[in-house]
Ligand binder design. Sequence first.
Ligand SMILES: [Zn+2]
Length: 275
Amino acid sequence: MLERNQNTIGTSISFCGNGLHSGLPVKLTLCPAPIDRGIVFRRTDLDGSPEVEAKSKFITNTLRATTLEKGNAKVFTVEHLLSALFALHIDNCIIEMDSPEPPVADGGALTFAQMINDAGIVKQEKNISILTLSTVESVYDGNKFIAALPYDGLRITFTSINNHPLLGTQMKDIIINPESYVKEIAPARTIGFTWELDALRKMSLGKGGTLDNAVVYSETECLSKLKFPDELVRHKILDILGDISLVGPIHAHIISVLGSHKLNAALSGKLQLLK
Ligand SMILES: [Zn+2]
């Protein structure tokens, strides 16, 4: 069985901001955790500080963002923070929040990756197994799909086909390691469209979004300053890493065409069964 050492962070580190969808103010603190504790969200604003582990069995909603729920411990839009922890190989960490949603921060995962690097990555004296595949696992939804193929390492290929004149068809293929992640993926922000904003706000979503922490397109132009010409597909890869992190360390080539949090969650569920 393939293994690597477990890791936690060196010290507690905090960041304050507002949630992307709820707009609620939140203090996020990442704390070191012992061997085998896993990634755990702790709601410090609720009686008894209830916890929910970052595991696929606790996913309860995947509309626009991923929600984890256990008892009254509910957290949502957790995929960007989870993506950074996963890509930087943090296996044990208590995530304290005094609100259900982490801060939107930079809109991607760069703030979280910097917090982890600032806190320091500490090797722990026990190994964790890395899931490896011997067959292809896939999930389809009409013309959309996500598949995980056997691969020595972690590679993600995402294709987006969008009829917006400035987006069109984009593909990004990247081998994920901490360095490539911080440079190529972590800065990529969520994409939004002006005509969706009213509908989102009616569903109480997107309240913390701005032209800086999201890439907003109108029908004819991009209202935000892009960090990459293909920021859309890079952010989709960021999201996949966050959603797949719920399975734990994995070696696979993940290929997605028009994938979503829903498909990512379905694939995580299938991969979980292989463990
Ligand atoms: Zn996202």
